[in-house]
Design a binder for this molecule. Structure first.
Ligand code: AP5
Length: 222
């Protein structure tokens, strides 16, 4: 490729659509999707040491301690595939300290996308969310129902998707969001996430394409 690999962060409140947009972005740009929520859920379901430590925090809707998550993310970002294909980081950094950990390692994104969605929509999205454990695809009982009865029968609900836990997750998000923005103020783009997923994607896709073009230009001009 003519350009340096793309480095993108996607952020936003619980259920703002980070996972949904990440699946679309990864298909389009071939980036390595690094989702801390997905990695942690995989550790929990395979019963690893990390999973055992993380489980109680996650099920309570609280943040998993930094030392666990930061080691996990930095190891993944430094893998060869992420370095050559570029990455899309979803769910990290989630606090000022986490953002500073990446800064210290000189790991900086080209673009920081924030999905903006009103609180009342977030609760409804969480309550209706279902995951397909076979394909990893994200569904919603009303907005994106499963295509077949076979898929419907195997869908799972996340233990942290109750109204009470979503409220707690949203509170923690709001406590941390501002402090993270200061680290990325020169590259952040706020996107209205309260539209169809196609409309949201069209905007993010054009932001990422623009960054890609700028990087190519910068390389050509030396
Ligand atoms: P994580 O999995 O990252 O949870 P989250 O941030 O709460 O985000 P969600 O996965 O709930 O939502 P999303 O934005 O991906 O939305 P989605 O696309 O699924 O983290 C889980 C837990 O892990 C944390 O609580 C914490 O314990 C731990 N953890 C993770 N990272 C950590 C870190 N860095 N430090 C410490 N702890 C950490 O969409 C939601 C629903 O809406 C779906 O049903 C979808 O179909 C629907 N939907 C999506 N887009 C649209 C649209 N445009 N219109 C209508 N419906 C839509």
């Amino acid at each position: 490729s003519v350009s340096e690999p793309l480095k993108v962060m996607i952020s936003g409140a619980p259920a703002s659509g980070k996972g949904t947009q990440s699946q679309l972005l990864v298909n389009k740009f071939g980036l390595i999707h690094i989702s801390t929520g997905d990695i942690l859920r995989a550790e929990v379901s395979s019963g690893t040491e990390i999973g055992k430590k993380a489980k109680e925090y996650m099920n309570a809707g609280l943040l998993v301690p930094d030392e666990i998550v930061t080691a996990m993310v930095t190891a993944r970002l430094l893998c060869e595939d992420a370095k050559t294909k570029g990455w899309l980081l979803d769910g990290y950094p989630r606090s000022f300290d986490q953002a500073q950990s990446l800064e210290k390692l000189k790991i900086r994104p080209d673009l920081y996308v924030i999905l903006d969605v009103p609180d009342e929509t977030l609760i409804d999205r969480c309550i209706g969310r279902r995951l397909d454990p076979v394909t990893g695809k994200i569904y919603h009982l009303k907005s994106f129902p499963p295509e077949t009865e076979e898929i419907r029968a195997r869908l799972i609900t996340r233990p942290d998707d109750t109204e009470e836990k979503v409220t707690s997750r949203l509170e923690i998000y709001k406590q941390n969001a501002e402090a993270i923005l200061s680290t990325y103020s020169n590259i952040l783009k706020k996107v209205n996430g309260n539209r169809s997923k196609e409309e949201v994607f069209a905007e993010i896709e054009s932001l990422v394409s623009q960054v890609q073009k700028d990087k190519e230009k910068a390389i050509k001009s030396g």
